[in-house]
Design a protein around this ligand. Structure first.
Ligand code: ATP
Ligand code: MG
Length: 421
């Protein structure tokens, strides 16, 4: 997949980390896969989020990020990517976190759209239910004295939802969230404060936000996954940020869903423009969504989700990463780090990402900002066949036999009654 090139030649020694693979680049950082020696002498994998110099050199931003990353490091829950280190190395600000071997939801949707694949309906719901569990934990987190930390993610969006090959769903990037003591992030540019297409109206307007802004954002993700298309679209004369400020949520028209009125009510409550009308907590949103999903057999198992990812996207890119890691490890063990340059030369041309396929212009999930509206495309939702359908079918196929037996019984009774007289 063509993408931005890394600014470092890999492998690259970075403090106690050895960066050996480039994962990608977001609004404010480059993401590298690294190996690190633990205090106990063992080695583990880590993801290094290397903040771009133009941001890291802004003191207010850097202070805020360090403050936030320290908060994020206190979050310890299966649906949140664990942050375990942050600091400066060779003048570069970085955050270290657990590596999630898998795919982010934005790439998953883009690739589904490109390949014309339907997203299984039970996974769509599972993604949001799991994200809500992580959010609920973060929103309720207190300090050691029991005071609310006031953590708000501020950037809940598909690229920050990671899905592992084991079928786990994890929210990352609490590092750019701003707790109660937020600085005026609006002044620093949109890239830092979250993606406009997922912003609650009050967030887009630059007002102070609370946990309910994350509930709105999770609501947008749900709306999009169930509808198979982007929710907010840039108007002819207005940017996506302007559209988000308005908070005019397009009608939810996924009428193919079972128990449609119930799910529509859930989506409507999550996406209420006035935050007082929204779910008060992520936990309440999760309970309602999970209730609907369970009642309609729309919750996927992690095992099946992991299998589906592997079947759909293959594991070549993961194998490539593992292979690079092996080679770096061997060199480390030999203490021949000087020969890393040789590896760097070999690796320069290739990247371990999901193999891309040619895109048809009408099939494209991402880049809603840049494309004419007619070209913003869809990912169809594949719903499991309702359980009662097979029962009804079986009943239907046996109906003539049952009718014949019933007729025979009635006939026999009539004969008996006739002779009894
Ligand atoms: N802990 C991680 N494990 C595995 N992959 C990760 C991890 N963190 C990030 N990534 C990958 O790196 C990509 C880029 O991440 P990054 O956070 O820099 O950009 P983004 O999420 O697209 O934008 P933003 O700057 O708004 O967060 C992600 O979309 C994801 O695919
Ligand atoms: Mg991110």
């Amino acid at each position: 997949m063509d993408g931005p090139a890394p600014s470092l030649l890999l492998p690259h020694r970075f403090g106690r980390y050895t960066l050996f693979d480039f994962i990608g680049r977001g609004g404010m950082a480059e993401i590298y896969l690294a190996r690190v020696k633990t205090d106990a002498g063992a080695s583990r994998l880590a993801v290094i989020k290397l903040i771009l110099p133009e941001y890291a050199d802004n003191k207010t931003f850097a202070d805020q990020l360090v403050f936030e990353a320290k908060l994020a490091a206190r979050l310890d829950q299966p649906n949140i990517v664990q942050v375990f280190d942050l600091g400066r190395e060779a003048g570069r600000l970085y955050i270290a976190m657990d590596y999630i071997e898998g795919i982010d939801l934005s790439t998953l949707l883009t690739q589904c759209a490109k390949r014309g694949l339907a997203l299984p309906g039970n996974f769509a719901t599972t993604f949001v239910v799991e994200v809500l569990k992580g959010l609920d934990h973060a929103h309720r987190r207190t300090d050691d004295e029991g005071n609310a930390l006031g953590i708000v993610h501020r950037d809940v969006s598909p690229s920050n939802v990671l899905v592992s090959l084991e079928g786990e769903v994890k929210l990352c990037d609490f590092g750019i969230a701003h707790a109660n003591r937020a600085v005026d992030a609006q002044a620093m540019g949109e890239a830092l404060v979250g993606k406009a297409g997922y912003m609650a109206p009050e967030h887009a307007r630059g007002e102070a936000v609370d946990a309910r802004a994350d509930i709105f954002a999770a609501g947008v993700v749900l709306w999009e996954l169930l509808s198979g298309k982007r929710m907010y679209r840039k108007g002819t004369a207005s940017s996506l940020l302007e559209v988000a400020k308005d908070g005019h949520v397009p009608a939810f028209e996924a009428t193919h869903l079972p128990d449609f009125e119930r799910i529509r009510g859930i989506v409507r409550t999550a996406l209420a423009p006035n935050r007082d009308d929204r779910y008060a907590t992520a936990g309440l949103f999760q309970k309602d969504l999970e209730g609907w999903a369970r009642a309609n057999r729309l919750l996927g198992s992690p095992l099946r989700l992991g299998e589906w990812l592997t079947e759909t996207f293959g594991t070549d890119y993961i194998e490539k990463r593992r292979d690079r890691e092996r080679r770096v490890r061997e060199l480390e063990e030999d203490s021949r780090m000087a020969t890393l340059a040789q590896l760097a030369e070999e690796d320069r041309a290739s990247r371990s990402t999901i193999p891309d396929v040619p895109s048809t212009p009408e099939l494209e999930w991402r880049d809603a900002e840049d494309r004419p509206q007619s070209m913003i495309e869809t990912v169809p939702l594949e719903l499991p066949r309702p359980m009662f359908a097979s029962i009804v079918e079986k009943k239907a196929s046996k109906a003539p036999l049952l009718a014949a037996i019933a007729a025979a019984i009635v006939f026999a009774i009539a004969i008996l009654v006739f002779f009894a007289k």
